[in-house]
Write a protein that binds this ligand. Structure first.
Ligand code: RB5
Length: 146
């Protein structure tokens, strides 16, 4: 599994925590920044990361900003992306099982590093259940392709 990881200035610290989780899980990941504490614009990170998932270069992305909202709104504009804004363990698991989400978004100003690490671990290691959920996810793709 290949994962692309990105944040704006509001998510730098949580991004480093997530990178450590991915390293510990042995996941092949690429961290595209941002590298600085200066203010940057989250779409400049969300769009390239989401596009690299949509084009098959990566299986998934994890995107972090202050709230996770800007990243999720942006990523969901990219065709083929199912970005989930997650701040608890129940939805981390459910969105993989039910929605086959391929982007995880979290907010550094919303949750602490311990919970964020567990969410990342859960999301990365939970499989899509398919079955009845496959029909629903397919309907999203059909709508996108209309
Ligand atoms: C940056 O200040 C902040 O707006 C951004 O990180 C994010 O929370 C947007 O949704």
């Amino acid at each position: 599994m290949k994962i692309i990881l990105a944040s704006d200035h509001g998510g730098v610290n949580l991004r480093k925590e997530v990178a450590d989780v991915l390293y510990q899980l042995g996941v092949d990941y690429e961290d595209i920044g941002c590298d600085c504490e200066d203010s940057v614009d989250y779409p400049d990170y969300a769009f390239p990361a989401a596009e690299r998932v949509a084009n098959g270069e990566f299986d998934k992305a994890i995107l972090i900003c202050g709230t996770g909202i800007g990243m999720s709104i942006s990523a969901n504009k990219v065709k083929g992306i199912r970005a989930a804004l997650v701040h608890d363990l129940f939805t981390a698991k459910a969105t993989r099982e039910h929605n086959n989400s391929n982007v995880l978004c979290m907010g550094e100003r919303v949750i602490g590093p311990g919970l964020a690490r567990e969410i990342a671990r859960t999301w990365v290691t939970t499989e899509f259940e398919a079955g009845r959920h496959k029909t629903r996810v397919s309907k999203i793709a059909e709508y996108e392709n209309k």
